[in-house]
Design a protein around this ligand. Structure first.
Ligand SMILES: Nc1ncnc2c1ncn2[C@@H]1O[C@H](COP(=O)(O)OP(=O)(O)OP(=O)(O)O)[C@@H](O)[C@H]1O
Ligand SMILES: [Mg+2]
Length: 433
């Protein structure tokens, strides 16, 4: 295994609204400050700034200016760039592919293929490479799943010349974030994220996640479109990408940044004091082209997460997108119930009211005005959604093909007794990290 030096800087390209070809937009350098801590430097190119169709990479940090932006947060990687970088799953695949562990942040950006979320891409040449034109087809799901299994289990890769010769198949989907094994696949409708199961899953994740997206729609939320495909005896969840639009000449790409970037927060659960729906809605109202609609939608999502007890509602599981110039809250994605033993108090990943992260009706309503939702409206939304979740989760799950046994396994997640408890007298910091 030969370790290679990591590059210290790269070019950043963007596919502008309405276009399918990237243009060179900026340079990013990753260095260290005097104390040796990671320091990121970013500057838009002069020719990019001169374009009248130039757009900023995000609405909070990387403003369209000729000055050099600097950050020491997030290992020196600006939020908008970090959002385009692989997470634990993709990093694992890249390390495996290069035969090298502990790569630099720039290595991860440069070695992930260009099917990442959002409109950015990265490279070492001033001219951007052409847009990615070939994607794995849904027909290759069995092969992709076999590769994903081998990586999860640290096994040899399947003995397939296509995999070993090109390595291309192996890398597909790595630049999408998230921890679960996944790949990006294409069919006649466009691009999908294929999420594979793991042998240590406690229930059929593909069917349960699909059911939660359907249930969320029934509760009035806007969600990503999804379906379940079967590969042999196993199920794969396919989630339609809302940041890509297929055209006759290629894919349009929407800019996309996570709530983590909007909140200027750090990624670790130990540093999660800014992980807050309340802070998020303030930012959202400021950047959204439809503040009232998006703020209300976020309120509904927070309530839904509390009612199905989705504790994976961390800020990388919320995003804003811009198909044109304007930013909007993205459709909801990555919804999974988590049954817990506690009947009294359960906590979400994000602060949701005066009583912190407490997944509780009164707590959710306590700051509703910030979501531009009146007290009466908040009560009506919470009550209607609670009834809907209670009455419909089981039928929705069964219709999505969730087995009776799996329904028993997840049943404890929905509208737990503590959701309706009066909040007084319950400590606000009983949340575990
Ligand atoms: N439908 C979609 N269209 C575009 N991008 C998406 C879509 N769904 C998810 N993403 C992006 O892909 C990332 C990974 O997807 P997802 O959150 O579903 O995976 P995960 O592995 O379950 O994540 P986690 O680690 O949070 O459990 C998200 O953080 C988001 O940036
Ligand atoms: Mg996720």
């Amino acid at each position: 295994m030969i370790s290679r030096p990591s590059p210290a800087e790269c070019f950043v390209y963007i596919t502008l609204p309405g276009r399918v070809e990237p243009v060179t937009a900026a340079r990013f350098e990753l260095t260290t400050d005097r104390a040796g801590a990671p320091l990121g430097r970013f500057v838009y190119g002069k020719s990019y700034l001169e374009r009248n169709d130039a757009v900023p990479f995000d609405p909070v940090e990387l403003k369209l200016t000729s000055r050099v932006h600097e950050t020491t947060m997030m290992q020196g990687v600006f939020g908008a760039l970090r959002d385009a970088s692989p997470d634990s799953w993709g990093r694992r695949v890249i390390e495996r592919h290069l035969g090298q562990a502990a790569l630099s942040e720039l290595d991860y950006l440069l070695h992930s293929p260009d099917d990442r979320a959002g409109a950015l891409s990265f490279g070492l040449t001033r001219e951007p490479p052409g847009p990615k034109r070939r994607f794995n087809q849904t027909i290759a799901l069995a092969k992709l799943q076999a590769i994903a299994d081998a990586i999860v289990n640290d096994e040899e890769l399947p003995d397939d010349p296509e995999v070993t010769q090109t390595g291309a198949l192996l890398l597909e989907g790595t630049s999408m974030g998230g921890a679960r094994p996944k790949a990006v696949v294409e069919d006649h409708e466009g691009l999908w994220i294929a999420k594979f199961d793991r042998s240590d899953d406690k229930w059929n994740h593909a069917r349960v996640e699909h059911a939660m997206l359907v249930l969320a729609q029934a509760c009035g939320l806007t969600t990503a479109q999804s379906k379940v495909d079967s590969v042999g005896a196993r199920d794969v969840l396919l989630v339609k990408r809302f940041d890509r639009e297929r055209t006759d000449v290629g894919y349009r790409r929407a800019r996309m940044v996570s709530a983590l970037t909007l909140l200027r927060a750090e990624d670790s659960a130990q540093l999660r004091d800014r992980w807050s729906y309340i802070l998020l809605v303030e930012e959202l109202r400021r950047v959204s082209a439809e503040p009232k609609k998006d703020a209300t939608e976020l309120f509904r999502r927070m309530c839904f997460n509390a009612l199905i007890f989705n504790t994976d509602d961390h800020p990388r599981n919320q995003a804003i997108i811009a198909k044109g110039r304007d930013w909007r809250l993205s459709p909801a994605y990555d919804l999974m119930p988590l049954p817990q033993v506690s009947l009294e108090r359960r906590d979400l990943a994000m602060i949701s009211g005066d009583q912190g992260r407490f997944a509780n009706a009164r707590n959710l309503r306590s700051q509703s005005a910030r979501f531009l939702v009146s007290d009466d409206e908040a009560t009506a939304i919470v009550d209607a959604m609670k009834d809907r979740v209670k009455c419909a989760w089981y039928d929705t799950a069964r219709r999505a093909g969730v087995s009776e046994k799996d329904c028993e396994r997840i049943a404890g997640a929905f509208a737990y007794p503590g959701f309706d408890r009066p909040v007084d007298g319950i400590s606000s910091d009983s949340d575990e990290v």
